[in-house]
Design a binder for this molecule. Structure first.
Ligand SMILES: Cc1cn([C@H]2C[C@H](O)[C@@H](COP(=O)(O)OP(=O)(O)O[C@H]3O[C@H](C)C(=O)[C@H](O)[C@H]3O)O2)c(=O)[nH]c1=O
Length: 346
């Protein structure tokens, strides 16, 4: 894995049993034949060992069942596998859960990131600073910027957040991710740890947990149940196919400049009500019969529901050579096909 600072032969991926993490591990094993991957995952409700069933027997893949907050376990994993790079996906990720239990998000997302940074600092320290070629890639979210108005006159993209915009998180989840970024920045500034951060927009694709809007819509439509839309359904999210996101994370790991942040957005902004219609259409096209009974139910709004997210991704294009390449219809087709096949629907 070539980088500005060397060649990462062993990559420690935290949260690799989750949605984006498992897609990322598969990408690295497929496209970087010299790389080894160590997946460190606590296997919470959101992680699924079966997400990586197809790579389990790969000699370049290893699994460590551990929580990133467990300093002893992390020190042991660093010692045993001597990773050159860490890609830190592990997090509590669901906004609704963060509203119900903010302290868990503080503990895992802030405490876990701080503990992992400390483990990396200790493991990579050498007389002159840090081991040559080591690198920490932190995965963050567009939610740290806070929201934008829905006003259509602003939806030409001119108000999209650049990487140097102030962070104004609004949900406990977003606050925990922003706080984690503060630790990342502090470890870069204070110790010189080489860290790159990516902020990703809403991912979709195979293996996402059913608590998130797209898989929930597929599952409920197929069960003949209404899809619950929070409030008016006019809130806008920017959808990024998971494979494109993983390519962006890999590009940031290999080409990103230490201390820099890169926005990775999908360039596909949709109000939720349009999004669920797109899912419905993809279900119809795939021949999912029960989805014909598709219906939407407007339910109580999420407290503090962010209206719209939008990021300017010119920096990732210019410095990483990254752009999302999967057309939304194609990504949605692949997503729906994966869920239907898993459920044995078609
Ligand atoms: C689950 C659900 C959601 N929604 C609405 C709420 C949002 O406006 C939108 C997407 O919600 P979801 O929970 O799927 O994702 P976000 O809250 O946008 O956050 C996601 O994308 C960001 C980038 C991350 O960083 C989060 O980790 C990730 O969970 O649909 C509904 O209307 N009904 C529902 O049942």
């Amino acid at each position: 894995m070539e980088s500005a600072q060397g060649f990462a032969r062993t990559v420690m991926v935290t949260g690799g049993a989750g949605f984006i993490g498992s897609n990322f591990i598969r990408l690295v094993l497929a496209e970087r034949p010299d790389a080894r991957v160590v997946n460190v995952d606590a296997l919470t409700y959101a992680g699924c060992a079966d997400n990586l069933a197809d790579v389990r027997s790969d000699a370049r893949y290893a699994f460590v069942h551990a929580d990133v907050r467990d300093a002893a376990a992390m020190a042991q994993a660093f010692e045993r596998f001597a990773p050159d790079a860490v890609v830190h996906f592990a997090a509590e990720s669901h906004v609704d859960r963060s509203i119900a239990d903010p302290s868990l998000f503080q503990s895992v997302n802030v405490g876990g990131t701080a503990a992992l940074l400390e483990a990396a600092r200790a493991a990579w320290a050498c007389r002159d600073g840090f081991r040559a070629g080591c690198r920490f890639l932190h995965v963050s979210t567009d939610e740290v910027y806070g929201d934008l108005p829905l006003d259509p006159c602003c939806s030409d993209g001119s108000d999209a957040f650049r990487e140097d915009a102030p962070l104004r998180p609004r949900s406990p989840y977003a606050a925990s991710k922003a706080a984690a970024e503060m630790f990342v920045g502090a470890y870069g500034a204070t110790y010189g740890l080489p860290i790159v951060t990516v902020r990703c927009s809403n991912n979709y694709g195979p293996r996402q947990h059913a608590e998130k809007l797209i898989p929930k819509t597929i599952e409920r439509a197929c069960a003949g149940l209404p899809v619950p839309l929070y409030g008016s359904g006019s809130n806008v999210r920017d959808w990024l196919y998971v494979q494109d996101c993983c390519r962006g994370v890999l590009a940031a790991l290999e080409k990103g400049r230490a201390g820099q942040v890169y926005n990775l957005g999908g360039g596909c902004a949709l109000p939720n009500v349009r999004l669920v219609e797109a899912v419905r259409d993809a279900l119809h096209d795939a021949g999912a019969a029960r989805a014909a009974a598709f219906s939407v139910e407007h339910v109580a709004d999420r407290p503090g529901h962010d209206r719209r997210y939008a990021m300017n991704c010119e920096k990732a294009a210019a410095e990483l050579g990254w752009r999302p390449t999967t057309p939304f219809e194609e990504g949605m087709r692949a997503t729906v096909a994966w869920y239907l096949e898993r459920a044995g629907v078609v």
